[in-house]
Design a protein around this ligand. Sequence first.
Ligand SMILES: Cc1cc2nc3c(=O)[nH]c(=O)nc-3n(C[C@H](O)[C@H](O)[C@H](O)COP(=O)(O)OP(=O)(O)OC[C@H]3O[C@@H](n4cnc5c(N)ncnc54)[C@H](O)[C@@H]3O)c2cc1C
Length: 485
Amino acid sequence: MTTVDLSIVGNGILGLMTAFELSNKDPNLKIAVIGPADRKGGASQASGAMLGCFGEITDQTFVNDQAEKRFMMAYDAHKRWPSVIEKLNSLVPKEHQQEINQGTFVVLNPCSGQIESDSFRELLSALERLEEPYEEIDPRIIEGFNPNQNLRPLRSIVMPNEGSLDSRRFMSIVKSLLEQRGVQFIEQKALGFYPEGSGYAVELENSETVQSSKCLLAAGAYTQDLLDAHPDIADKIPHLFPGVGFSTNIEQVPDNPIRKVIRTPNRAGACGLHVVPQSDGSLYLGASNDVYLRPQTLPMTGIVHFLLECGIEQINPALYRSQLLKTRTGNRPVTADGFPLIGETSMEGLYILSGTYRDGFHKSPVLAEVIAEEILGEELTWKHNYQPERDLIPTVDKEAAIKVYLDHLIAAYYEHGWRAPKISSQDATRQIAEEKIRKFYDTHGFEFGISAEILLMHELDSKPEETVPLLKRIFLEKESLTPVA
Ligand SMILES: Cc1cc2nc3c(=O)[nH]c(=O)nc-3n(C[C@H](O)[C@H](O)[C@H](O)COP(=O)(O)OP(=O)(O)OC[C@H]3O[C@@H](n4cnc5c(N)ncnc54)[C@H](O)[C@@H]3O)c2cc1C
């Protein structure tokens, strides 16, 4: 049995950054980070680690105060990353020092739907408003970028202050530093946790236990499994879905490598298409996002085909000859309302940090600071309403949610090569889809504005007997909620 002050269940970016923050604040705190060495199914190990604050903007980012506040956390992280890297570099040997690969190209091509242009417009407006540097460019100057001409960008910008890290290298360096500081890494899956004495016992796969006075659940989308054994609190916490993402590392084109992030705006129910140069000389190509009922560790063949085809056609056809070096499937933790879970539960000393969806890597310095402050009983730098046991936070009402869903659906069709039939129209298809989604809302009595991602969950059609009861449990009791202005 291991005994520590704090056990952190989950060894993704949030577990690591929280341990880093806590060990900065209190070097005497005994911490154990629990999680399998391969991080199988974890989001961070599959992530592109774009430090995407502005690049993640969509037409929903500023839709109301709650949504804007969520963006401001990303903006705060954007400003902090250079000093996070500077601090880390001051603590590690030269060969472990790293740099943010600054510079992100955002290309708006004709492969998606109207949502992509709307998001691009919102992005430019936010850059102007916050006086963030950017420049409209001719995409032909982008190194390594040579899309098929019929898919060439209509507009392109470069944001010199938005960049990327190498996710896997970053985590391995933080882990080594924490080990030097005495943080224990227990490379096991936790089977569950239960209150014991004045703290918690975490039961491991190898039958051992970790005893601690405080326990932080930061197991990404798998946090839901751990909570399900405690329905008294789980029922009060917005459900965590896995946003399953496929990504891959491929060879760069030898005589024309990509040197900076190239990405589209976010697309239908997903992050956009993006490529991120890696520290080992390879190229990260990402990423899909499909919400499922249960985390997945292998991708669907269709998704693999789709992502590779997008990369080859929209980034550079020469990538057709690149070797596929590594494939990864990760589960983004997505809450039912899209807002994170941060803080202590009604079980004293039990904390949750999750629900970060698409930009948890980027936001990790801020999130780690906030949870570390709460664990140590300090005043919070960030006042938030993301405490785990809470009502769902609505952003849009049912009517707006139906519109967003239909916008995403039509965009998804186009992204997958759809051609609207000439004897009919895209509007006719939209109308059929609208009737279906309205019937879905009405039959089950949903009033909450459910996100497009959840409504696009393919298990809604393929496994309604499992999906619908879960959605009813999650959303029906929230009927009285109306969107915050
Ligand atoms: C394909 C893809 C691309 C992405 N790209 C970006 C990006 O460019 N920028 C960005 O900011 N964000 C990105 N994200 C989102 C980001 O990765 C997540 O928001 C973030 O990594 C979540 O971190 P986490 O530590 O909460 O969860 P995770 O990274 O999922 O970590 C949880 C860890 O807990 C472990 N675990 C699971 N169950 C147990 C258990 N029972 N016991 C012990 N350990 C357990 C897992 O192995 C895992 O290592 C991407 C995600 C994906 C999937």
